[in-house]
Design a protein around this ligand. Sequence first.
Ligand SMILES: [Zn+2]
Length: 231
Amino acid sequence: MISARHTQSTYTHENLFRGILFCAECGHTLSLAHKPLKDGSSRGYFRCMYHYRWPEECQKPHAIYYDVLYDVVLIQIRETARSLQNDDAFFALVNRHVKQEASPKRNAQNQAKLEKRQVELSRPLRKLFEDNASGLLSDEYYADMLKVYQDEQAEIIEKLKNIRVEINKAGDYRSNAEMLREAIREYLDIEELTSFILNKLVEKIEVGHRSVVDGQPQQDVTIVWRFAGVI
Ligand SMILES: [Zn+2]
């Protein structure tokens, strides 16, 4: 359990997580509430109100104390800053994301194969045209064969288009991840969160349901980083 170092006085004035905190189950924003304590102070917490209003759509409660969330996010920023500065970890991250589709190497191989076939196809097409023109091929047979080749050509064009989109996507992911790497570099030893830092680094935060597994409390808090998504 992470200790609550940040007293409520540090955050009652400003909700740093405004607009970026979401329920992992239903996707709605979490609302801030305050739990009164015996000493007259209060402890802030976030919860998904959707669960109480529409329990069939958000079946489990999703709630987290402000100070717990604060510490989790602070630690994740430090750890992510550290791991992204390491070249091996950085390229492993890029590969993980790119592999979800197909590897860049396989994409390049397929592209070369399809482009070769595209060139090959032009030869029989020309011959077909010449044979028909010289009367060697009936018009009916010519039309049938033409359609077979044209269909294959259309299929190749479509496949090549998809491969190019994927190749661009892989390049895009890497340059986006480079942007996060740059942005997060100065927060290796971050001590305090500010809304400026959160806006700069974080797209959104998803809070999961809190459960107890083998006597240990467990809760997923997923940061969706700007530029790089979930890493
Ligand atoms: Zn919810």
